[in-house]
Design a protein around this ligand. Structure first.
Ligand SMILES: NC(=O)c1ccc[n+]([C@@H]2O[C@H](COP(=O)([O-])OP(=O)(O)OC[C@H]3O[C@@H](n4cnc5c(N)ncnc54)[C@H](OP(=O)(O)O)[C@@H]3O)[C@@H](O)[C@H]2O)c1
Length: 343
């Protein structure tokens, strides 16, 4: 009798082990399949699909594209490449002389109409948003590129961040970006609802927001805020025929990054904007996220690998990021000391 009981117990145990093994196998198959599908989608997005067709957004049909932070760096390149696609432009930044020079260049080279509006978005002045809205209400605006942004002058511990820098980052990256979008989007929705063209709202996010970034905490939080806000807005404006996407980028050569020489991981604004504009509507490196786009090929692979291995919120990624920005801070401090001595 005892022997039979023992056999039954062994049988039950091996049944349990069987169930466990089959469940584990099932999970493994699901994980592997989703990984393979995401990887194939990444390859298609990056290398195989044709570039985005901008006629659906009104290119060459008198439509306007509004670009903030348009007088330098990535924003200036968005202006050049959207003009080349035959969009008329409304360019916004602080410095009127830089905007006027760009206006002359683009009108002459591409035969499009360029309007400019100079204001300091860090002032968060309602009069500025009102004049932007007034101009947009009179124009067939179909595209908005929320490019203006500010980071910390050098990596800095949050507790030592100056109040002005903290307030400017939140005002420029968040409050002003949201209010500018409200000022421009009603015009975009109006034109998109007529049914002939779609609308498009792109916002510049950052790997600083994708991955929590010690020593750039305020910038990191502000860009992460934009990521969720933009994805939520994408859901709201989808029924109105307006595509909303956040563009995620690792470093690009510019005044903000203070990097002059491009490399495999750090493209210049021309190449970065070219890959962004040709990938609108896809995810590239941001495979796991709706309405997110990591367009540049090396950034896309980097994003995909982090997401598929350690994860953007992991302790290890956080501490590697801390070490990286700590060494940038030390170098920046040493450079400032050298410059102070030489004066
Ligand atoms: N460069 C990178 O490595 C990198 C990486 C990830 C994400 N991004 C994001 O990409 C966007 C563009 O960066 P970028 O590197 O091209 O910057 P940038 O070269 O410093 O250019 C910034 C632009 O914004 C304008 N601007 C700055 N402050 C302003 C203000 N208070 N009011 C109005 N306009 C203002 C500037 O023109 P004026 O000085 O004439 O106003 C300029 O046209 C930002 O949102 C940034 O966070 C950049």
């Amino acid at each position: 009798m005892a022997f039979i009981n023992e056999l039954q117990a062994v049988g039950t145990k091996s049944k349990c082990a069987n169930y466990f093994l089959w469940t584990a196998f099932g999970f493994g198959v699901v994980k592997l399949t989703t990984f393979v599908l995401r990887f194939l989608s990444l390859i298609f997005d990056m290398f195989l699909l044709p570039p985005t067709d901008y006629s659906k957004y009104g290119a060459g049909q008198g439509s306007y594209c509004v670009i903030t932070g348009a007088s330098d760096g990535i924003g200036k390149e968005f202006a050049r490449q959207m003009a080349a696609k035959k969009f008329n432009l409304l360019l916004v930044s602080r410095t009127l002389s830089k905007l006027e020079a760009l206006k002359e260049e683009l009108q002459e080279k591409f035969g499009v109409t360029v309007r400019v509006l100079a204001f300091d978005v860090s002032l968060d002045d309602n009069a500025n948003y009102a004049s932007l809205q007034k101009v947009c209400n009179e124009l067939p605006v179909t595209v908005l590129i929320n490019n203006v942004g500010q980071s910390h002058s050098i990596p800095v511990p949050f507790l030592e961040t100056e109040e002005k820098e903290l307030r400017d980052i939140i005002t420029i990256n968040n409050t002003a970006t949201l209010l500018i979008t409200q000022s421009v989007a009603s015009s975009i929705v109006r034109h998109a609802s007529k049914g002939n063209t779609r609308g498009l709202i792109l916002t510049m996010g950052s790997f600083g927001g994708l991955v929590p970034t010690p020593l750039l905490a305020t910038y990191s939080g502000s860009k992460s805020f934009l990521q969720n806000w933009s994805s939520a807005l994408a859901g709201e404006l989808k029924p109105a025929n307006v595509d909303v996407e956040i563009v995620l980028s690792y470093l690009v050569t510019s005044a903000m990054s203070k990097i002059k020489r491009s490399s495999v991981m750090i493209p210049n604004p021309q190449n970065f904007v070219k890959s962004t504009l040709s990938s609108v509507g896809r995810r590239s490196g941001a495979q796991e996220r709706f309405a997110n786009l990591t367009p540049y090929w090396s950034h896309a692979l980097y994003h995909f690998i982090i997401e598929e291995t350690l994860g953007v919120y992991s302790k290890l990624v956080n501490s590697i990021n801390y070490g990286f920005h700590s060494s940038i801070r030390q170098r920046a401090i040493r450079k400032a000391q050298r410059m102070a001595k030489s004066q």
